[in-house]
Design a binder for this molecule. Structure first.
Ligand SMILES: O=C(O)CC1=CCC(=O)O1
Length: 98
């Protein structure tokens, strides 16, 4: 099942830059592992915002929740999830093949 997630990162103003940098390193590692496993199909920056759109291919809601809540930045993220179904006019089955 495919899901589109928008993640907005909101760090508290009081958080120092070293702590932010540490979150970014750990986030990249966690995210990279998911991408290498094919669970996270892609991630895009929202232009001009500290936010991203990502696509996840998971078995269901519980797995997605577990994955999202495992992101190191999860406590500082506002996450909105949209379930995706195949569009009848889609010319490619790529995302649905796996
Ligand atoms: O958008 C960001 O920088 C935060 C983030 C969430 C998942 C990821 O890889 O980065």
């Amino acid at each position: 099942m495919l899901f589109l997630a928008r993640m907005d990162v909101i760090f508290p103003e009081s958080m120092d830059s070293a702590t932010k940098a540490d979150f970014q390193v750990r986030e990249k590692e966690y995210s990279g592992n998911l991408q290498r496993q094919g669970i996270m199909k892609g991630i895009w920056r929202v232009v001009g915002e500290y936010a991203n759109y990502s696509i996840f291919d998971v078995d269901g809601h519980d797995e997605l929740h577990e994955i999202l809540s495992g992101f190191p930045m999860f406590p500082y993220m506002d996450v909105k999830v949209t379930p995706l179904a195949k569009h009848p006019n889609a010319t490619s089955d790529d995302f649905f093949a796996g």
